[in-house]
Design a protein around this ligand. Structure first.
Ligand code: HAM
Length: 412
């Protein structure tokens, strides 16, 4: 029979790979709960409209990258391309909002985007995501940035750069958009790439984010967003910067940073690494004060959050992620199979972690396996041990010391 292979851009994560993901999730859970965040698991499947309305009809994600299909009743569903929209939907649907209440959530899980796969860019990828609702204060922006930084340094990633920008608000952004449009209209339109020609009318901000060298060169003198912020947005951004500086977080201001999703206002940020090839962003986020209302929730519920790409973080994590075991119960005489299994079970009930052989092999093969699984101790069940009711304990550390004891004695 022909083999069935996985589809393009997805991965099987065997234990060695999963260990990296589990390590990141554990660190994130510890860090985020220390900031008062709680875990919220939202569905992978949502109504397509949720993403169109939140991420924005004109974005690449909605235009080209969503896995969208009709269900058996013909309703359009989409495999989530990100977590924020679902979390906002859950927040609104469950009427979490109360005036003055701050809610903090995090989530982990797979996301789906139909992109061209390459190192660090998958069609099924995983995010660690965190969101705060109900806090308009710049302290919330600072806290989110500091928490992201604490998580990244906690997993040993120090050489990352934090890039920040402010995208303005519904007060000042339209004026800036017009200024930018005027600038773009004065260029020879045909010299811009096709995407940018379209973006010029639909979403001129995105032109600033174009990867094409030619577009970059043509727009290098474009008016910068931070120079066109209203007083309130400027004050907000300056306070965020002052707070994170005070807390010792290093950052760079990037006036051309615009995000690929349309819901952002004010603070926007990305964390990048020079060590993972073409895909440099390991995390991104920002404020999205209008989204709760836009998804049918109460007016003016401010929100801010971020998501990290786990595949990209995994590429940066160094070292082996093998798990150590307390024991291996080796079997060199088949007759002791039952004794070995029961002994291993007792060890586990005593809080130890390890494996037991299911069938007998040579001592050499068994010790090799004990080494391979990083067992601290190897308990050997051979002919003598079977006949005398004993067990031989070999210390797998350097000296390899070995003693034979009665089994009960071991648990005293
Ligand atoms: P995003 O910038 O689209 O933001 O994605 C966040 C991170 O997910 C990226 O920085 C990248 O590391 C990772 N990522 C994105 N696409 C892929 C892919 N195809 N393969 C591998 N990794 C990928 C968001 O998704 C927002 N929801 C973040 C947010 C939360 N903003 C506010 N709250």
């Amino acid at each position: 029979m022909a083999k069935i292979q996985k589809i393009k851009g997805v991965a099987d994560l065997f234990p060695e790979d999963s260990a990296r993901y589990a390590f990141m999730e554990k660190a994130a859970r510890e860090t985020f709960t220390s900031y008062g965040f709680g875990e919220l698991r939202v569905p992978i499947l949502e109504k397509t409209e949720l993403f169109c309305r939140s991420i924005g009809e004109e974005t690449d994600v909605v235009q080209k990258e969503m896995y969208t299909f009709p269900d058996r009743k013909g309703r359009s569903l989409t495999m989530r391309p990100e977590a924020t929209a679902g979390i906002v939907r859950a927040y609104v649907e469950n009427k979490i909002h109360q005036p003055g209440k701050v809610s903090k959530y995090f989530t982990f899980g797979p996301m789906f985007r139909y992109e061209r796969p390459q190192a660090g860019r998958m069609r099924q990828f995983h995010q660690i995501d965190a969101e705060i609702f109900g806090a308009a204060e710049p302290q919330a922006d600072a806290e989110v940035l500091l928490m992201l930084s604490a998580f990244l340094s906690g997993i040993g990633l120090e050489k990352l750069s934090f890039e920040l920008n402010s995208l303005g608000c519904p007060e000042c952004r339209p004026q800036y958009n017009q200024t930018l449009k005027d600038f773009l209209n004065a260029l020879d339109r045909s010299e811009l790439c096709e995407d940018c020609q379209r973006r010029m009318d639909t979403n001129p901000l995105r032109v600033l984010d174009c990867k094409s060298k030619n577009c970059k060169a043509l727009t290098k003198d474009a008016p910068a967003l931070p120079d066109h912020l209203c007083g309130e947005c400027r004050d907000h951004f300056n306070t965020v910067i002052a707070l994170i500086s005070e807390a010792g977080l290093e950052y760079t201001l990037n006036p051309r940073l615009v995000r690929g999703l349309d819901y952002y206002q004010r603070t926007a940020f990305e964390v990048t690494s020079g060590d993972i090839g073409a895909q440099t962003a390991v995390a991104g986020g920002g404020r999205y004060d209008g989204l709760v209302e836009n998804l049918g929730g109460p007016k003016s519920v401010p929100a801010i959050g971020f998501a990290c790409g786990m595949e990209r973080l995994a590429l940066l994590l160094e070292g082996e992620f093998e798990t150590a075991n307390d024991f291996y119960v080796a079997l060199v005489d088949e007759r002791a199979a039952k004794d070995a299994l029961i002994f291993a079970e007792k060890l586990r009930r005593n809080g130890q972690k390890g494996e037991v052989a299911f069938s007998a092999r040579s001592m050499k093969a068994e010790l090799r396996h004990a080494n391979r699984i990083n067992a601290q101790k190897c308990f050997i069940f051979g002919a003598d041990e079977f006949e005398n009711g004993t067990v031989t304990v070999k210390d797998m550390a350097e000296d390899g010391e070995q003693v034979t004891v009665t089994r009960n004695e071991y648990f005293k």
